[in-house]
Design a binder for this molecule. Structure first.
Ligand SMILES: [Zn+2]
Length: 231
């Protein structure tokens, strides 16, 4: 796979605007026009507010442990979005379509992915994305979404994957209080992407993933523009 030889770019990111759904209680996207071209005759200039977990994004380890920078503490005590290594977010990757294994939302289990994940690992692929939804509706928050079971997360860690991603708002069940899947992924130093849109990706196909987080040094997550290069 030579990067320069890619045939197509597949955008696997959500559009971010005021209609993009977010986790209950989280902050939606809003923006303000601070200078308009019409008034200034020079530029349009905006500012915006949103949760970094809105749309397609990466969580960093400080999302689930440690503390962020505060007025009395200079640095976050764990890895922020801007401190994350980039290697997990850039490189060859395989997309697995689990829509027929998961006709109803539920846990992605070890059993469902073991054979395919082991094959990918043996081919030297260290990034894996799961399609669980037939149709992604970014404007609607569905609380019965699929998530990564603890046994599947452990398997991916044991196999040495560096990144896992899926097309739902979280790697954990919506009512998981302990966020065990997040914790297992973190223990194995696996990075993860949430809210992908994999409807245009072909199943069981190897791509080149490009989805680095922004360098937000004080945030626990960052939006990513996730794309797959098709060869
Ligand atoms: Zn998140």
């Amino acid at each position: 796979m030579k990067i320069a030889d890619y045939k197509k770019i597949i955008d696997i990111s959500h559009i971010i605007d005021k209609d993009t759904a977010c986790f209950p209680g989280d902050i939606r996207f809003s923006h303000e026009i601070r200078v308009s071209f019409a008034d200034s005759n020079v530029i349009n200039l905006t500012s915006f507010t949103m949760s970094p977990h809105l749309g397609t994004h990466a969580d960093s380890p400080v999302h689930i442990k440690g503390s962020l920078e505060t007025s009395t503490q200079d640095h976050a005590t764990d890895t922020t979005a801007g401190d994350m290594p980039l290697e997990p977010f850039i490189g060859s990757c395989v997309v697995f379509d689990l829509t027929s294994d998961l006709p109803n939302p539920g846990a992605i289990t070890r059993e469902m992915i073991e054979e395919k994940a082991t094959r990918a690992k043996n081919e030297g692929i260290k990034r894996i994305l799961f399609r669980t939804e037939q149709k992604v509706e970014r404007e609607k928050f569905k609380d019965d979404y699929s998530y990564i079971g603890q046994d599947a997360a452990t398997l991916l860690g044991q196999l040495g994957f560096v990144l896992v991603g899926l097309d739902t708002p979280s790697v954990d069940h919506i009512r998981a209080k302990d966020l065990m899947t997040h914790k297992i992924l973190d223990q194995y130093a696996l990075s993860w992407l949430e809210n992908l849109d994999l409807t245009n990706a072909k199943p069981d196909t190897t791509y080149y993933l490009f989805a680095p987080p922004l360098k937000f040094s004080q945030l626990e997550a960052s939006p990513v523009r996730a794309v797959l290069l098709e060869f």
